[in-house]
Design a binder for this molecule. Structure first.
Ligand code: GUN
Ligand code: ZN
Length: 424
């Protein structure tokens, strides 16, 4: 008779904070003062329950008073801008010319790209981000190195080759056919790699730097493989003017993406600050999502995104750091900036809404809401162990500290699909 197999499940005891997935009546959060999180087969959550002594047969790692919570999701971040955080003063188009394009051109050097890719993944994990939606540069080899780094780090990542074939320096400009061949190759190599942790995203930088033909070909590739599409929209008035100068056949900015076939429930549009009601309506109709990047919007002086427009139409909204225009990889900074952004518009977001926008709400916007975003049985175990000051008790204090007093709150460990990925 063979010996009984040891229970391969792992159990973590801690306080626990999680969004309630699919809560009726808007974002809601659950806090358990003493909970047991059991991770089972395939890194899935097997059980979440109030702790009762003896209820779990195997060893239990007691992490109390630390809090277990879902890993944070950054729905918009630029890998090749990791080293230029802090450079984004001045308006968008000038900053792109002055700081971004010269830096992104350096990613033609594989050694530099590999070095920064490793830094990028470390910055994400140290901030508690376990899923990123990332722009690479327009260089295919650098994008390949980014995927290697995500795989090595154990991160969950959706990333794409940045497409740009006009209105940019020669060092970054890649003609349509060459770019599409590189994108197809990257789809074959990386889409679904890491057991599904990695996805390739179609990534036209934004309308001014993309020809109509490039965007149409990109939309076709997205449709062929069911890929996520990420781009920028209506971030600054000058960008909007440049868009319509380049694409005079469109009635407005959103119409450019719409007519080339890029808008769908698999599109994530960053910013969406200067949108007309018709554009909001069309985004809602196509079920596209917005990546709200408030810290970047403050730093570049781009304007205030009106979350109420999205809310009124049921447009999904996720939060993005938008590093390097955003000043921090830490999504808690984005949550706090989203609060300030709303306040400037006379709105007051609740801490629960902010927390959900970086967890379950973001997962929903990315089509991953059934896989990650909350600590519920059946989901993949992407979670953090976070140390709070001892006196913090209950849901309200925990959320307030996490978002607004994050200096006092430290990410101690991170797990993706049940595997420890931080500390390194
Ligand atoms: N629009 C086009 N490219 C960029 C970029 O790299 N950052 C931001 N914030 N906006 C953009
Ligand atoms: Zn961006």
């Amino acid at each position: 008779m063979s010996a009984p197999r040891a229970d391969a499940r792992r159990a973590y005891r801690g306080r626990l904070l999680t969004p309630i997935a699919g809560a009726a009546g808007g974002p809601a959060v659950r806090f358990l003062d003493d909970a047991l999180l059991v991770v089972g087969e395939g890194g899935r959550i097997a059980d979440v329950a109030p702790f009762t002594p003896g209820a779990f047969a195997g060893p239990v790692l007691n992490l109390r008073p630390a809090v277990l919570m879902p890993g944070l999701i950054d729905a918009h971040v630029h890998f090749p801008q990791t080293r230029i955080v802090g450079s984004a003063s001045g308006a968008l188009l000038e900053w792109l010319e002055r700081s971004v394009f010269p830096e992104e051109a350096r990613f033609r050097d594989g050694g530099y790209a590999a070095l920064v890719a490793a830094e990028f993944t470390r910055c994400l994990l140290a901030s508690g981000t376990t899923t990123c939606v990332a722009f690479s540069s327009s260089n295919a080899a650098a994008t390949d190195l980014l995927f290697h780094a995500l795989l090595r780090a154990g991160l969950r990542g959706i990333a794409g080759l940045t497409l740009m074939d006009q209105n940019c320096p020669e060092a970054l400009c890649v003609p349509r056919d060459e770019a599409m061949a590189a994108a197809r190759d990257l789809v074959q190599r990386w889409h679904g790699a890491g057991g599904g942790l990695l996805e390739f995203a179609i990534t036209p930088r934004f309308a001014p730097t993309c020809s109509r033909g490039l965007m149409e070909a990109a939309a076709q590739l997205a449709a062929d493989h069911g890929l996520l599409v990420q781009t920028h929209v209506a971030e600054s008035p000058a960008e909007g003017e440049a868009t319509l100068r380049e694409h005079p056949w469109a009635r407005d900015y959103v119409d450019v993406y719409d007519r080339v076939g890029l808008l769908s429930g698999r599109a994530v549009l960053a910013h969406g600050i200067h949108l007309a009601p018709r554009e909001w309506d069309r985004i809602a109709e196509t079920r596209a999502a917005i990546a709200h990047c408030p810290d970047s919007n403050f730093f570049l002086g781009s304007g205030r995104m009106r979350l109420s427009e999205a809310r009124a139409r049921g447009v999904p909204v996720a939060l993005g750091s938008d590093v390097g225009a955003g000043r921090s990889f830490d999504m808690r900074r984005s949550m706090s900036s989203a609060f300030d952004n709303a306040l400037c518009l006379g709105d007051r977001l609740t801490p629960a809404e902010l927390f959900v926008a970086a967890t379950q709400g973001a997962a929903d916007a990315l089509g991953l809401g059934h896989v990650i975003g909350s600590l519920d049985p059946g989901k993949e175990a992407d979670f953090l162990v976070v140390r709070f000051p001892e006196h913090v008790a209950g849901e309200e204090e925990a959320l307030n500290h996490l978002i607004f007093a994050s200096d006092a709150v430290a990410v101690q460990r991170a797990f993706v699909r049940g595997k420890a990925v931080y500390p390194f």
